[in-house]
Design a protein around this ligand. Structure first.
Ligand code: NAD
Length: 292
């Protein structure tokens, strides 16, 4: 069935995701504060809106893919925002990575307006977004998640309902602490091999065939060895995500020392001025600590 979809936030991730929905025949009207982002949507078969309200008006489904909770709160709760404009029974799918409490608060605020909401953050990076192969972790009520599934499956290959409102964000926080840890360790492996006089590219090929195999090695080892750090996923966003993970740990009353260490490494990368580089640039922190 063809849906009318409003899509807010057409950045590195949102742009290809909206493109897949338009390619599948949905009527996708998008909005982004950066006007260049709208040109790509139009080229992909979508419609450009000049405000959130224009994108949301009359939509069956509204998708937000924004940097962090302040932008999501502004777009959803603000004047002329999603809740002020959406029709009753519209389904808001927030795919941004934000703190779980905000997802829970948005769901409560939306309920007052008769709007349904789910949290559906993603993993898989820019490649996953471009290839419609994202892993999507979904929090919300059963019926709303079921209603969202046909749309979510156009963007992801692994789409799982993990629990109530906010649960998607908790799973995403868990994802981000694992991803951050792997990047930090792959960076350390590269620095160790290079500084020991071993060719790191050759060494990583061996790692990728053994127990250390993982998707980051598969997708990123060549660019890491070549020191190509164009984002991708910016250090600034991973810094935000480690803040979400450490706050979630405090909330759950659990001790996650490795997560704390990764959070410090990501904070160091940001403090060193690498915030706009890809998170694989954690390697640069290891180099600096090693005097390389
Ligand atoms: P991005 O910065 O490339 O895109 C965000 C877009 O939102 C930008 O185009 C920006 O102009 C727009 N925007 C900001 N405020 C706005 C507003 N008030 N109204 C309308 N548009 C607004 O970021 P991204 O990399 O696409 O990430 C988006 C979300 O997805 C983040 O929460 C991020 O943590 C998450 N995420 C990113 C990746 C990745 O690899 N890049 C992977 C998984 C999850």
């Amino acid at each position: 069935m063809t849906s009318t979809i409003g899509f807010i936030g057409l950045g590195i991730m949102g742009s290809p995701m909206a493109g897949h929905l338009a390619a599948a025949g949905h009527r996708v009207t998008g909005y982004d504060v950066a006007s260049e982002a709208l040109d790509t949507l139009v080229a992909d078969g979508g419609i450009a809106a000049s405000s959130v309200a224009e994108a949301v008006e009359g939509a069956d489904v509204v998708i937000t893919m924004l940097p962090d909770h302040p932008q999501v709160e502004q777009v959803v709760l603000g004047e002329g925002g999603v809740l002020a404009t959406a029709r009753k029974e519209a389904l808001l799918i927030d795919m941004s990575t934000i703190r779980p409490e905000t997802s829970i608060e948005l769901a409560a605020a939306a309920k007052h307006k008769g709007v349904r909401v789910i949290d559906a953050p993603v993993s898989g990076g820019q490649t996953g977004a471009r290839e419609a192969a994202l892993s999507i972790m979904v929090g919300g009520d059963d019926a709303d998640v079921a209603a969202a599934m046909p749309v979510l499956r156009l963007m992801g290959t692994t789409v799982v309902h993990v629990g109530p409102h906010g649960a998607g964000q908790v799973v995403k926080a868990a994802n981000q602490l694992v991803v951050g840890g792997i990047y930090a360790l792959v960076g350390e492996a590269i620095v160790l091999m290079e500084q020991s006089g071993v060719d790191a590219a050759t060494g990583l090929d061996v790692l990728a065939g053994g127990l250390a195999a993982n998707r980051i090695l598969d997708l990123k080892r060549a660019t890491m060895v070549a020191r190509q750090f164009a984002p991708g996923f910016r250090i600034d966003l991973h810094h935000k995500d480690m803040g979400i993970a450490t706050a979630a740990a405090r909330q759950a009353g659990v001790s996650l020392p490795m997560t704390g260490l990764v959070a410090q490494l990501v904070a160091s990368a940001k403090a060193m001025g690498h915030g706009s580089l890809d998170h694989s640039a954690l390697l640069k922190v290891t180099e600096q600590l090693s005097g390389v």
